[in-house]
Design a binder for this molecule. Structure first.
Ligand SMILES: Cc1cc2nc3c(=O)[nH]c(=O)nc-3n(C[C@H](O)[C@H](O)[C@H](O)COP(=O)(O)OP(=O)(O)OC[C@H]3O[C@@H](n4cnc5c(N)ncnc54)[C@H](O)[C@@H]3O)c2cc1C
Length: 497
């Protein structure tokens, strides 16, 4: 079929809420259809748990996504709905999408391939249900810097250490230029209806927290953020990226990348253009380096599937994790008695975002000091983060918990030292822990017992040194002696075999 015969095709959107660099859309347009319909399913794996979701560990989370993330996704959809014909369905994709596609006379559905187990299950089940109605689902790769065929190794030989992965791809693979935003065939009917529904739903959501970075969903807002950040702060990124607070210490692009308002290839192109204009430096390289981390976790998921969610992680380590709800709750609420941890956790709870260094410190504290099952932490991040991304979240948690791909094995962060380094005035702590507002640095990093008592701030939940030593012992007992880099590689190789 072609244009003359009035073919209608559909783009099933998930984590690709954009028009630029959209290989699935590009492929659909190559058929020269008369109509292109966009469809988004409000249901699992994004909103709510369903048939193919992993059973959550009954942690009592009643929502799968935070209001901040819901707002961001709805804004991103609205940004599209104002420009293209978009239909919003509710339910499990394999149930609602085929019925809708058949009722609309859609002949083919296009989407981007996902790499995580739950997402794959939904795509497979939907493909079968569509097929039963004579409608094929065609999946394309998108949302990554590289496509599978560009990787200089087969997926099952993905290097277990990031550095090796980075060296190989940097040496041999080239990031392709992004596809331009295409011009689309005219919509068959007015496109205002979905936009109206989205605006109504948005008006029922709480506004962003007053101290939140002003995240606004949508391709256009994401592209504007790239331009603004590159203009103002890209060239000092490497020096500032470990900060805790402020608009420009890091790019804040993660929410747009997570839902695909921005394609990493497009960011990369803008990065190269900025380098051509002003010269490359360590900071411009470092932003690319961080995008490679994002990339690595995607391929890790493609390679290891369900193992990403296993308590023993990729290394099948049997660690005596605690399942203590009281300790876990104190961590969630930011009542651990460690000011920098509490500031970060309160920021996360209020805004759905906290910096990378803060995420590392709180993950280290949960897994190396409270010794709580790392999957509890990952699950809380999943329901809380505005930039939740299945690959980056679970991959980073595995890494921080020491059951993933960290060549160092047992990695930890000293919260007081980190606070001194990256919150030198203590202002981030004072902003989020008002009990400590009257304290200045260095006292604010670890107030004395009598000061805590007088200010109503809790004592430390655990002794940092004692708990770390116990965790270290448990860890090295589980790996039976400290492996060197090569032994670790061997360990992974043994696992693979
Ligand atoms: C325990 C833990 C959980 C995390 N969960 C998520 C998550 O669900 N979603 C998410 O996008 N990131 C996650 N990260 C990675 C990182 O913290 C965020 O990507 C980063 O803080 C986002 O801020 P930014 O956009 O300003 O990053 P920048 O420092 O400006 O980096 C630019 C981009 O590079 C990517 N990036 C940077 N660091 C990492 C990293 N360590 N891993 C993967 N990609 C990275 C992101 O896409 C980011 O937007 C997690 C990190 C940890 C330690």
């Amino acid at each position: 079929m072609n244009e003359a015969m009035g073919e209608k095709v559909a783009i099933w959107l998930l984590n690709d809420l954009r028009l630029h660099d959209h290989p699935a859309l590009q492929a659909a347009l190559e058929r020269r259809p008369a109509r292109v319909e966009f469809v988004y399913v409000w249901g699992p794996p994004v909103a709510g748990w369903g048939k193919y979701s992993y059973p959550s560990q009954s942690l009592g989370f009643n929502r799968r996504l935070s209001p901040a993330r819901e707002r961001f996704i709805l804004e991103s959809l609205l940004d599209l709905a104002e420009r293209v014909p978009l239909t919003l369905l509710e339910g499990e994709p394999q149930e609602v999408l085929p019925v809708w596609a058949a009722s609309q006379g859609v002949s083919i559905v296009y989407a981007h391939r996902e790499w995580a187990p739950e997402e794959i299950s939904y795509q497979s089940a939907t493909a079968c249900a569509l097929e039963a109605k004579g409608i094929p689902l065609i999946l394309h790769e998108g949302n990554s810097l590289y496509e599978t065929h560009q990787l200089p190794f087969p997926l099952d030989s993905l290097p277990m250490l990031f550095t090796r992965f980075r060296q190989l791809v940097e040496r041999t693979a080239r990031v392709k230029p992004p596809l331009p935003s295409p011009s689309l065939p005219p919509a068959s009917q007015p496109i205002e209806e979905t936009a109206k529904i989205l605006r109504q739903r948005l008006s029922a959501l709480p506004p962003l927290h007053e101290k939140s970075f002003p995240f606004k969903g949508g391709e256009r807002a994401g592209q504007a953020r790239v331009e603004a950040y590159f203009e103002r702060a890209l060239f000092t990124y490497k020096e500032t990226r470990n900060g805790f607070w402020g608009s420009d210490f890091s790019s804040h692009l993660s929410p747009w990348l997570a839902v695909g308002c921005l394609s990493p290839r497009w960011i990369c192109e803008r990065l190269r253009e900025a380098e051509k204009r002003h010269g490359a430096n360590d900071s411009t390289y470092w932003l690319f380096f961080e995008l490679l981390w994002r990339e690595y976790f995607r391929w890790l998921s493609a390679r290891w599937g369900c193992r990403l969610f296993a308590v023993g992680g990729l290394r099948n380590l049997k660690l005596p994790w605690r399942h203590d709800m009281q300790l876990f709750q104190a961590w969630i609420e930011g009542n651990t008695g460690y000011p920098i941890i509490d500031a970060a956790m309160r920021e996360l709870k209020a805004t759905g975002w906290t910096s990378n260094r803060a995420r590392q410190i709180v993950a280290s504290f949960l897994t190396k000091n409270l010794f709580i099952d790392w999957r509890w932490g990952a699950s809380y991040f999943e329901v809380q983060l505005i930039d939740y991304d299945v690959y980056s979240n679970w991959g980073n948690w595995l890494y921080q918990a020491g059951v993933g791909t960290d060549g160092r094995g047992f990695r930890w962060f000293d919260p007081v030292r980190q606070a001194k380094l990256y919150d030198p005035e203590g202002s981030f702590i004072r902003l989020w822990v008002p009990e400590l507002r009257s304290l200045s640095a260095p006292r604010v990093y670890m107030p004395e017992p009598e000061i805590r008592r007088s200010l109503g701030y809790p004592p430390p939940l655990v002794d940092w040194h004692v708990s770390l030593t116990a965790a270290k012992d448990a860890y090295w007992t589980a790996v039976k002696g400290k492996p060197t880099g090569n032994q670790l590689l061997k360990l992974f190789q043994d696992e693979e075999g």
